[in-house]
Design a protein around this ligand. Structure first.
Ligand code: ADP
Ligand code: MG
Length: 292
């Protein structure tokens, strides 16, 4: 049974924009020894900008951008938004005609059928899985996330897209490090980008190039290697609902987060500020002290 005093803690948290879905999660928050973060939209702004357009022979920059923008016409992913924005700020999704059908490959990119042609837009693995050879031009430069494009099985070019670390992430990671809580980042993005973010934030550990299902197995591995205490996962919700469900405490950031993530989460942070996790932990610890 749960002491009644916990309900006061839940009320207090809600006044700080933190929704805790049950007294058991308040208790669990006091025992966190590892916080695992998703990268895009969680530690970073998730506001991308196309900084480089590199078409293959036979395409102009404009043509490459148009193919990518049409394929990404309906995707809610921040990468897709940045590509549409670069193509034209005033171009409405409904104006990107010629798209027959598309499929979002979770954590990898888009497979679209455009004017009778199969177009892939996404990470290297998505295209290589289909046997497409890619010149790895920008991969190790760490300039940003590289999005590869192919048309009917042939490489058509690549876009480099950059994101920014949230200044609030730095505050959150510093405080967690000071408290002796292990901080880990799991990302589907490439090694160069992951390393740059991990170093900028002084994270204890990071793992890159992950598929959504790899994030689940990493979370399980981290839960087994923890010395004691609970493991929290913090995500923005785009394709990380499975990991949110698996963590001892699944924390979703409500601002950018999807309905699916808010549903799957145990704790919802209304604003996109990672430092709110510290507030949640402090409120939980304070409440526990009052009760015992
Ligand atoms: P993270 O793990 O950092 O939160 P995601 O799981 O959202 O990132 O995506 C992982 C990678 O998959 C991205 O870095 C990008 O390379 C690729 N990707 C995902 N969705 C798309 C998309 N709609 N268009 C292009 N690339 C995408
Ligand atoms: Mg994500």
């Amino acid at each position: 049974s749960v002491p009644l005093g916990y309900f006061g803690g839940i009320g207090g948290a809600s006044r700080h924009g933190i929704l805790i879905k049950g007294a058991n999660y308040l208790e669990a928050l006091t025992e966190i020894s590892t916080v695992v973060f998703d990268k895009t939209g969680t530690l970073t702004e998730g506001v991308f900008q196309v900084v480089e357009i590199t078409p293959a022979k036979g395409y102009t920059e404009r043509e490459l951008l148009e193919i990518a923008a049409r394929a990404e016409a309906h995707s809610p992913h921040p990468i897709a938004k940045s590509i549409r924005e670069k193509y034209g700020k005033d171009v409405k999704v409904s104006d990107l005609t010629g798209l027959l059908s598309y499929e979002e490959v979770s954590g990898q990119g888009i497979r679209a059928h455009l004017n009778g042609k199969t177009v892939l837009v996404g990470k290297a693995g998505l295209l290589e899985q289909s046997g497409i050879f890619l010149p790895r031009l920008a991969l190790d430069r760490g300039l940003g996330t590289v999005v590869y494009i192919s048309v009917d099985g042939d490489y058509a070019g690549q876009l480099t897209i950059s994101d920014r670390v949230k200044s609030d992430s730095r505050v959150a990671i510093d405080r967690l490090n000071q408290m002796g809580i292990r901080t880990v980042m799991l990302t589907g993005d490439n090694q160069a980008v992951a390393k740059a973010v991990a170093e900028e934030l002084a994270l204890s550990e990071y793992h890159s190039d992950l598929m959504p299902e790899d994030k689940v197995s990493w979370l399980e591995k981290l839960s087994q290697t923890k010395l004691q205490g609970k493991v929290a996962f913090v995500g923005d919700g785009l394709n990380d609902a499975p990991v949110l469900t698996r963590a001892d405490v699944g924390i979703a950031m409500g601002g950018l987060g999807s309905d699916a993530a808010i549903e799957a989460a145990d704790v919802v942070i209304m604003e996109d500020q990672p430092s709110k996790i510290l507030d949640a932990i402090h409120i939980a610890r304070y409440t526990k002290k009052l009760i015992w």
